[in-house]
Structures are given as C-alpha cells and as structure tokens.
Design a protein around this ligand. Structure first.
Ligand code: NAP
Length: 284
C-alpha cells in the first residue's frame, strides 16, 4: 500500500493559525505585541526573498515587524552594534540574523552575539548547549518542525529506532537531540557511514537531511516506516528531496513530499518561537 503523505502545508497553516490566536491572547493580556527583528545585511536576492516571507508571516500572525536592513558594506562593528542594541530593546523579543552574511563577516561569531532568550533561530552555541542538556530554551525551527510533523501523525517515538542521515548543526544534530529527549533510540549517519541503506532500513523513523537528491531509495526504508525528507535540492526539473519519492512511497507508511513537507514548517516554527521568546521575557 502506498505511504500516507504528510501534508506539511496544512499542518504549518494550522500551527500559524494557532500562533496567531495565541499572539492575540498574549497581546490582550500584556498590552505588548511580540516583536521579531529580521536582520538582513546586503542584497543577496535569495536572502531578501526568505526575509520577506518571514516578515509577511509575522504580520499575518500579529507579530510586530522590527526588520533592519544594513548595506553589504556594513562592518562587523556595525552589525555588532545593531545586534547588541536589539538585545537591549524591550520591544524586540526575537532576533533573526539572515545567513549567509556578505563575505568578510563571520556568520557564527556575529550570530553568537544574539541574547539566548531572543535567539528564535535556536542556533547559537548557548541554545545548542541548552538543547543538548535538555535545559529550557529556544529550539531550532526546522528540527522542531520535523518533530511536530511526527506528533501530528501520532508516530510513537518512545523506544522507537530513529535513524537520521546528516549531522549538521542546523538540522541533523538538533533533530537527534530532540528525538533523544523523546526517548527514541537515535542513530546518526553521515558521509562516512558504512552501508547506509542497511543502517537506514532499521529505522521506524527515518529523517533525511543530507542535500543529495534521491540518495535514499526503497532499500533504505523499513516497510511501514515514517520517512521525513528535509532535503531541498534544486534540479533543472524542479525541487526534490533526499529521498527517492516514487520508490519510497511504495514501502514507507508515512512520507513527506518535497515540496510541501518539512519546508513550510520552518516559518511556522519561527513564529511559534517568537511568541515563546516574548512569553519568556514577559515572565522575567
Ligand atoms: P549540510 O550542512 O550540508 O549537511 C549535510 C550532512 O549530510 C552532513 O552531515 C554530511 O556528512 C551528510 N552527507 C552528505 N553526503 C552524504 C552521503 N552521501 N551519505 C550520507 N551522509 C551524507 O546540510 P544541512 O544544512 O543539514 O541541510 C541538509 C538538507 O536539508 C539540504 O538539502 C538543505 O537544503 C535542506 N534543508 C531544508 C530546510 C527546510 O526548511 N526544509 C532547512 C534546512 C535545510 P558529513 O558531516 O560527513 O560531511
């Protein structure tokens, strides 16, 4: 039987509608709208589109748009000054430094300046450490989106064999920690893993976050497994994932399409994180 497809667009829409209701409640209660500062440095066209999408989503959810744009010529000192000012600004609850930064600016060093309680991307070293230790904190958007998709489909995680392909700080590692906290038995694969299909075929839940088009075929999937494809690979014929969709669909129990699976969840989780950040700061 063909796998049930996970409709990431519908789930993301549902999350966004819930966030909008919760933002309205928060604003009515506190008199303050959660505020997100998207920080764009330079004029990279793809980054400009991503930031515009995030700002539009914020506006729809009732989140105040505190967007800042610096020229590509901005120095590290100027970006630092802006981030430190936003850290101190009580109207700003979340800060998102859009990457990549122009050449000459150190993405990691500048992102690390963002106050942990405003780190709505959840990617700074302090946020990563909090996640690893299971301490409260803001979690990275795409990884929490992956867990949300599994939860919405009631996929059992406790004791489940989870295999994650990819060990990036952005996706693979945070997904692994989130699922470890849900008491899954987690295996992380990468480019040096021996016999990747055999390891993947053990998984009740398989998460692909690699960036190699259609790397994982039917031989890498246990019949009935839940397969989450984070991959977004641009090919001449369009967008495709890290999973061979047609082959895997015949074997898996649940499967995310690309596009329309994990992708829409990232912005939805950014909105949720911004509200969460505002709540944290209001509680102080
Ligand atoms: P990344 O930083 O390039 O990491 C890729 C990981 O895959 C690395 O750990 C690498 O192993 C591993 N890998 C590469 N080739 C492999 C192979 N042949 N076999 C097994 N493992 C292999 O990528 P990323 O930032 O995590 O992103 C992964 C994918 O997710 C990309 O397609 C990206 O566009 C997509 N993505 C989507 C969203 C979304 O919103 N949907 C968000 C973020 C990323 P090594 O560590 O050994 O090099």
């Amino acid at each position: 039987m063909a796998a049930t497809l996970i409709d990431g667009r519908a789930i993301a829409q549902d999350v966004r509608a819930q966030v909008a209701r919760d933002v309205a409640g928060f604003t009515a209660q506190t008199g303050v709208a959660p505020g997100l500062a998207t920080v764009l440095v330079g004029d990279d066209p793809a980054s400009a589109v991503y930031v515009a999408n995030k700002r539009r989503a914020c506006a729809e959810a009732g989140i105040a748009d505190l967007h800042r744009h610096l020229p590509a010529s901005a120095s590290a000192a100027e970006v630092t000054a802006l981030l430190l000012a936003l850290n101190e600004d009580p109207a700003c609850h979340g800060i998102l430094l859009q990457r990549p930064l122009p050449d000459g600016l150190d993405d990691a060093a500048l992102s690390a300046l963002i106050a942990p309680d405003k780190d709505v991307d959840g990617l700074t070293p302090i946020s990563a450490g909090r996640l690893m230790q299971g301490a409260p904190g803001l979690r990275p958007c795409t990884p929490v989106g992956v867990v949300e998709l599994l939860d919405r489909h009631h996929v059992p995680l406790e004791g489940a064999e989870v295999v994650i392909v990819g060990r990036s700080d952005l996706v693979g590692k945070p997904v692994a920690h989130l699922l470890l906290q849900r008491n899954a038995t987690v295996t992380i694969c990468h480019s040096r893993t021996r016999d990747l299909p055999a390891v993947c075929a053990r998984a009740d839940v398989l998460v692909a976050a690699v960036g190699v088009p259609r790397l994982l075929g039917a031989d890498a999937v246990k019949p009935g497994a839940a397969v989450i494809d984070v991959g977004m690979n641009r090919l001449p014929e369009g967008l495709c994932g890290d999973v061979d969709f047609d082959a895997v669909r015949a074997v898996a129990g649940l499967l995310t399409p690309v596009p329309g699976g994990v992708g829409p969840m990232t912005i939805a989780m950014l909105l949720r994180n911004t509200l969460e950040a505002a709540r944290l700061q209001a509680a102080r």
